[in-house]
Design a protein around this ligand. Structure first.
Ligand code: HEC
Ligand code: HEC
Ligand code: HEC
Ligand code: HEC
Length: 414
């Protein structure tokens, strides 16, 4: 991909800001025995990750959303797991990548801890971008949704809306993302609910791509409107986190065990790392139950304006990549099996350095970037011992890091 094009994309799209995820105490996560929440601090400047992707030459082998020159297309890939798993995948493929770099006379880049975090955030963000606008809805399916969900009974999608209860929706043509549709629907929810009760229309539920399809239908051709899709900022998780508090969401929802009660915990990677329009759909689906709960507790009605819904959804989406749980006990097994031959933690140097004695290995990405930076030396030693390159399954890098950090805390020699 060309640099200019890349940077333009980056400027357009990325607004993933830093949001530190609280370190939870074990007690707070009673449901997951023996696991700890690792503190993952995201970068302040998400576009830094885009720039690094170019500067560190990743772009020479990887494309984003197009056939890739050498390595896999990292834009179309579905990374399961957290940001740390992404860094783990990077480690897994290090020997092959380094070999290809040698072939192509590319100097293997040194990557600092902050840079590793930036790259992981960026690649995660890229997928966010893809799921939002890379998968355009289907207008024909959307027309069906509009009819089946009963919208058509109260709304006219054309400019004349004289005989219907609700306002015309033609202003949604060609201009909005499904997030803005969700925002408008949320804001008008109580009035719509009243109108629906009055005319016996059941509260519609959205699943999968339905909201995206509906939007494609509302946006579809109209006379005299600009059909060019308007790109939008996907929202800032950090602002979203602040809104999550100021809009009272925390009153009822916890995140990884921390926060309020009454609503479900929203740190659930398996279920909530979905497309943006699916999360928007979830908020709509549950809005009636939520509004009832707001009233019961005397919490004033909450509405969203400007980019607020986008920010909240960005937070809910990214939260699940940045809430990293690790199980030190499993990390110990991984360490003993793969690393212990050459490293101790607090027992002095062996073939490799004592991992308790090194400064700077105090947060998750620091460990993974140090491993990448020293991969050449490690590979050499492993080869000498006919040891295969350790590969991490999803969750393994978090477990290993959790163990390392816990052991380092016991040996404060560094
Ligand atoms: C010289 C070419 C080359 C460069 C430069 C390169 N990669 Fe790779 N990358 C590859 C190849 C080839 C693979 C697949 C390796 C394999 O099959 O084991 C890969 C795999 C990966 C994977 C794992 C994908 C998966 O399947 O899970 C990630 C993540 C990745 N690269 C990220 C990066 C990042 C970030 C950079 C820049 C710092 C980078 N790569 C630079 C060639 C390269
Ligand atoms: C029973 C009637 C009824 C049904 C069914 C209904 N709506 Fe509405 N809708 C309304 C009314 C009334 C308003 C205006 C509410 C207000 O004034 O706050 C509205 C407002 C809206 C708005 C905000 C419009 C604006 O001007 O910003 C959107 C978007 C919307 N509806 C979408 C939908 C969609 C999509 C469906 C189908 C899933 C739907 N509505 C189903 C009655 C209905
Ligand atoms: C007064 C309590 C309360 C507040 C405040 C509240 N919620 Fe909820 N929320 C709930 C309840 C209860 C449910 C489950 C509703 C149901 O079962 O349909 C829910 C469900 C959800 C869901 C769907 C989760 C799932 O598991 O599918 C999302 C997403 C959500 N809320 C987001 C938010 C956001 C964002 C805010 C802040 C704007 C918020 N909630 C504020 C009580 C609340
Ligand atoms: C075959 C021996 C060997 C194995 C197995 C091995 N390492 Fe290493 N490791 C080394 C050597 C040698 C170095 C120093 C390399 C250098 O500086 O070029 C090193 C360096 C490191 C560093 C960087 C230290 C620094 O200076 O910042 C980290 C972190 C590390 N290893 C972690 C691990 C982990 C985690 C595992 C298990 C998944 C592992 N290593 C497996 C030999 C090994």
């Amino acid at each position: 991909m060309q640099k200019g094009r890349w940077l333009r994309f980056a400027a357009l799209v990325l607004a993933v800001a830093a949001w530190p995820v609280a370190v939870a105490s074990r007690a707070a996560i009673g449901d997951q025995a023996g696991s700890v929440v690792l503190s993952v601090e995201l970068p302040d400047q998400p576009t830094a990750g885009a720039r690094l992707f170019v500067q560190k030459n990743c772009v020479k082998c990887h494309s984003l959303g197009q056939p890739s020159p050498v390595g896999p297309d990292l834009g179309r890939m579905l990374f399961s797991g957290t940001m740390l798993d992404l860094a783990g995948a990077f480690w897994n493929h290090a020997p092959v990548m380094r070999e290809k770099m040698r072939d192509m006379k590319i100097q293997p880049p040194t990557i600092s801890s902050g840079e590793m975090a930036d790259l992981a955030a960026f690649l995660t963000a890229y997928r966010y971008y893809l799921t939002e606008i890379g998968k355009p809805g289907n207008a024909t399916a959307g027309a069906r949704v509009f009819a089946v969900k009963g919208c058509v009974r109260c709304h006219d999608e054309s400019s004349t809306n004289w005989f219907k209860v609700g306002p015309g929706l033609q202003r949604y043509r060609g201009r909005f993302s499904s997030i803005f549709l969700a925002q408008a629907m949320w804001n008008h929810g109580p009035e719509m609910a009243r109108a629906m009760r009055a005319s016996g229309v059941p509260w519609p539920q959205f699943s999968g791509q339905e909201m995206n399809d509906l939007l494609a239908y509302l946006q579809a051709d109209s006379v005299g409107t600009n059909r060019e899709r308007v790109y939008f900022e996907p929202g800032s998780p950090r602002r979203g986190r602040d809104l999550f508090a100021s809009k009272q969401c925390r009153t009822c929802h916890s995140i990884a065990g921390i926060g309020g009660h009454g609503g479900p915990d929203l740190a659930r990677p398996q279920e909530l790392v979905r497309s943006v329009s699916e999360i928007a759909g979830l908020m709509w689906n549950h809005s009636q139950a939520m509004i009832a709960e707001f009233q019961r507790r005397g919490i004033p009605r909450v509405t969203f304006s400007g980019p607020e819904m986008a920010d909240i959804i960005a937070y809910l989406y990214f939260l699940n990549y940045a809430t990293v749980r690790g199980t030190p006990a499993h990390g110990k097994e991984i360490f003993d099996r793969n690393c212990g031959v050459c490293h101790s933690i607090g027992g002095g140097a062996r073939v490799g350095p004592d991992l308790a004695a090194l400064p700077g290995l105090d947060e998750p990405f620091a460990v993974l970037s140090a491993m990448w930076n020293h991969a050449a030396g490690m590979e050499q030693q492993m080869r000498a011992r006919a040891q295969t390159w350790p590969r991490f399954a999803p969750g393994d890098s978090a477990d290993l890091v959790a163990y390392l950090l816990a052991e380092r805390a016991k040996h404060p020699t560094h």
